[in-house]
Design a protein around this ligand. Sequence first.
Ligand SMILES: Cc1cc2nc3c(=O)[nH]c(=O)nc-3n(C[C@H](O)[C@H](O)[C@H](O)COP(=O)(O)OP(=O)(O)OC[C@H]3O[C@@H](n4cnc5c(N)ncnc54)[C@H](O)[C@@H]3O)c2cc1C
Length: 499
Amino acid sequence: MDLHQSATTAAQTAEHFDVLIVGAGISGIGAAYHLTTQRPGTRFAVLEVQDGFGGTWRTHRYPGIRSDSDLHTFGYRFKPWTSKPIGTGPEILAYLNEVIEENGLERHIRYGHRILAAGWSSEDGLWTVEAELVASGERRRLTCNFLWMCQGYYRHTGPYTPEWPGMEGFQGRIVHPQTWPEDLDLTGRRVTVIGSGATAATLVPAIAGQCVHVTMLQRSPSYYFTGRNANELADMLRELQVDETWIHEIVRRKLLHDQAIFNQRCLDEPEKVRAELIGAVRAHLPPGYDVEKHFTPRYRPWHQRLCVIPNGDLLRAVAAGQVTMVTDEIERFTPHGIRLKSGEEIEADVVVTATGFHLSVLGDIEFAVDGKPLVFGDTITYRGMMFTGVPNMAWVFGYFRSSWTLRADIVADFVCRLLGHMERRQARKVEVALRPDDAGMRLLDWIDPEDFNPGYLLRDLHRLPRRGEKREWQHTQDYWREKDEFPAIDLDGAEFVYA
Ligand SMILES: Cc1cc2nc3c(=O)[nH]c(=O)nc-3n(C[C@H](O)[C@H](O)[C@H](O)COP(=O)(O)OP(=O)(O)OC[C@H]3O[C@@H](n4cnc5c(N)ncnc54)[C@H](O)[C@@H]3O)c2cc1C
């Protein structure tokens, strides 16, 4: 797309919408629901490169795929979750399908549209979006007044796999969970899964019964919650035949209340929390098992996302002898497996690299504002939703430590309110800008690596928008404050510039 041309020509010929939503995952479907209910009559479309909805839950098809937070809070606030708290990938897709069907959202979604570029023109007060139709390679232009970016945070097209020496000479198969091959039969195979995050912890027990043996190879251990995949309160309310809408609301409130207490305890008494988490892990393992080496993280709880292993399934597989934990570093691949820095060698027919993602900043789309290429790393974020110098755009970036969707819902409320406010003011353009009293504010990276440090963020931190010292200029990761702060945002505040 010629980002330097005036958008006027495009604006005259392209199909026009009030709002374009990019991405049909949890955030994009939520955005479509909220637009439909909070701003009926809005002309909008959801553009999605894949041939179906679901985003993360469509892309990831590895054995055992499931959520690692409870679906009472990972589900939308407006649609009760009626199954066990930790949901499987297919269950989550079925839930999203119901949201689409019950609210007539299908007619708004256009699959097979890869957004390549988007240019804002102040002259026309419009975004011009260039999409590639995946099926034909044809290009199509659309225009909109407002861009609602729901494209997630990682690249769906290709996972992150580190380069280890000797990989090319490995005679077995190397697979990544993000691109799980449909034809992969693990029967009778020796499998090594590299990783210790939620994906590895989910995958390992799911394949353990099928393989000859599974080795879970981790550089360092993670914390796990080992509780039952059940919610006693929900079960009791169901027994009392309470309406599912009520159950959803009550259980959400209780879980959020409990999570707030837990988060605070992680800050106030990290050693006690650490001992409790590790104690629960130990209880699933045989006496004398080296919990210190394999299940005692070096960081404090909550420094990285805590993984849920429902009913301790990973630990049960270890206790049953189906899974061996190895905590070591890889020196190189050999033709028949992996040699470790300790000198030990693991023999493997299949190696699964559960090694994470590539960060995607706003869908890897080429953005421009008034003909000037946009570098997100040069912008400052307003509450992790908008960016200085970028008009008429909002981004949904959920929570790391709480369920993503909690934020998708409250960002949606904010965007709908902002759109209504623009209409009342007859403004064509809204932009965020530092206020006079923000002058001299120190600018920092998007996240504080001391506070939270997953590899995919640290590798590419410089590509993300900057954060300021004041709360307004941060993605605070604090649902409990944002749920009250967002509805109270003064849209006529000095940080909002309308034209
Ligand atoms: C395996 C796994 C498990 C997870 N479990 C949890 C959990 O239990 N709880 C939790 O809170 N979070 C979890 N997460 C984080 C999770 O990604 C989010 O919670 C949530 O699913 C993100 O939804 P989303 O719609 O914002 O983004 P995504 O699910 O990433 O969807 C974005 C969509 O945008 C599309 N897209 C991207 N770029 C373009 C483009 N240029 N043009 C057109 N379309 C585009 C993509 O194809 C995709 O369909 C998990 C993540 C993974 C990978």
